[in-house]
Design a binder for this molecule. Structure first.
Ligand SMILES: Nc1ncnc2c1ncn2[C@@H]1O[C@H](COP(=O)(O)OP(=O)(O)OP(=O)(O)O)[C@@H](O)[C@H]1O
Ligand SMILES: [Mg+2]
Length: 383
């Protein structure tokens, strides 16, 4: 054996040992020594070294977080690392989706890591749900308290204005007779007074009756503090809701009511169901206003019975809900309204109240351009 051959063999042995022990290998000289068998062996070891180096560099890239690193082609040795790379890429995408608020993602690879990831997403979802419920409860409670407080404040003066007006109404005819006797009025004036004064009082009494009706509706609408399910007349609940939002509807739409007079009462959380009706009716009014169509538009509120369900349907003449958005509109915080005008919580609350709390259903229909139809189904016997 020549010295060159001996050096080459020693070199080859070092390289193979280095690879076997996982150390960086000493570079192998390229020069041929003229022995075909040894030159062939040297070529094979150089190839082994270059693959080993590619594996090392690719692993370093992944370890440093460069998950887009290009893997050397046709190297099956790298297949497990490439599949780890694909999992990491997928996981990155999933994490970005979760960060964007889509909490329905789950992963089923990477073993224990995926279990931890899924636990994190579930915990985030639970937390978001709890926050959402707390916010909803706070929103309902504050609206309820406010409405009950205002209703009480208005009710008391409205009552004594009414009582006093009725008193004046009663004493007016004898008073007019007495006045006629004491100081005769110019011709015709007494008759005019006898006609106008009772009419004025009647009108004032009607005004007071309307105030009382609105106040009563506010009380019925808000029902603060009721956490139990109660037997509720949905037709009456819708009347109250329409009365409390009358002002919002005035310019937007004419409201048509088609209530089934035989609709059975429903066992439900009345104040939350009222909130659902309010959300749907206000959405309808807002959709009409933003549709660009001539005002006032039309809102139809219907009730009907369908098997074991009471059905409430709110249809409007706005622009309708585009097909592509029909699922997303129920997502919490999804809104197409400008900042400050919509929080995107209305329909999320509706879905939660109707589907989760009452085991009913809510869906959107109607045709694009012609208006939306929201249908709510509540089980008559309660959830
Ligand atoms: N009747 C409707 N016609 C057309 N689009 C509607 C109608 N109701 C709801 N939408 C669409 O669904 C989106 C979500 O409605 P949602 O009630 O959840 O939130 P919002 O009305 O935008 O805000 P918020 O109710 O919290 O004030 C709206 O922004 C709108 O794009
Ligand atoms: Mg809304």
């Amino acid at each position: 054996m020549t010295d060159d051959e001996r050096r080459l063999l020693a070199n080859l042995t070092d390289c193979i040992e280095a690879v076997a022990e996982g150390r960086p290998a000493v570079p192998m000289p390229e020069a041929s020594i003229g022995d075909p068998a040894l030159d062939g062996l040297a070529r094979a070891v150089r190839h082994l070294l270059s693959n080993f180096e590619a594996l090392r560099l690719f692993s370093i890239s992944l370890a440093n977080g460069r998950i887009d690193a290009e893997a050397p082609p046709k190297l099956h040795l790298l297949d497990p690392l490439k599949s780890l790379q694909a999992s990491l890429k997928h996981l990155t995408w999933q994490t970005q989706e979760v960060a964007a608020g889509n909490l329905d993602h789950r992963v089923d690879f990477l073993g224990e890591f995926s279990t931890a990831f899924n636990q994190m997403v579930t915990a985030l979802k639970d937390k978001r749900r709890a926050e959402h419920e707390a916010m909803q409860a706070a929103r309902l409670a504050s609206i309820g308290q406010l409405a009950a407080g205002i209703a009480h404040e208005i009710n008391t003066p409205a009552q004594y204005v009414g009582d006093n007006l009725r008193y004046v109404e009663d004493v007016l005819p004898p008073l007019l007779d007495a006045v006629r006797g004491i100081a005769p009025l110019p011709a015709g004036e007494a008759d005019l007074l006898a006609e106008d004064l009772p009419a004025a009082i009647k009108e004032a009494l009607e005004g007071v009756a309307r105030i009382s009706k609105i106040v009563q509706s506010m009380k019925e609408f808000s029902l603060p503090g009721t956490t139990e399910m109660t037997t509720t007349d949905l037709n009456k609940a819708l009347e109250s809701t329409l009365t409390v939002c009358q002002n919002e509807l005035k310019t937007a739409a004419q409201v048509e009511k088609r209530f089934d007079p035989d609709l059975p009462c429903v066992v439900c959380h009345a104040s939350e169901v009222n909130q659902v009706f309010l959300n749907l009716i206000l959405n309808a009014a807002q959709a009409i206003q933003s549709s660009g169509k001539p005002l006032p538009g039309r809102i139809l509120v219907e009730t009907l019975r369908e098997a074991g369900f009471a059905v409430v349907r709110v249809s409007d003449s706005g622009a309708g809900v585009p097909m592509a958005l029909r699922e997303r509109i129920f997502d919490p915080f999804f809104t197409t309204k400008p900042v400050g005008q919509g929080t995107g919580q209305g329909l999320a609350i509706c879905r939660d109240v109707i589907e989760v709390k009452h085991k009913g259903g809510i869906e959107v229909g109607g045709s694009e351009g012609e208006g939306a139809v929201f249908t709510v189904r509540l089980p008559i016997g309660g959830a």
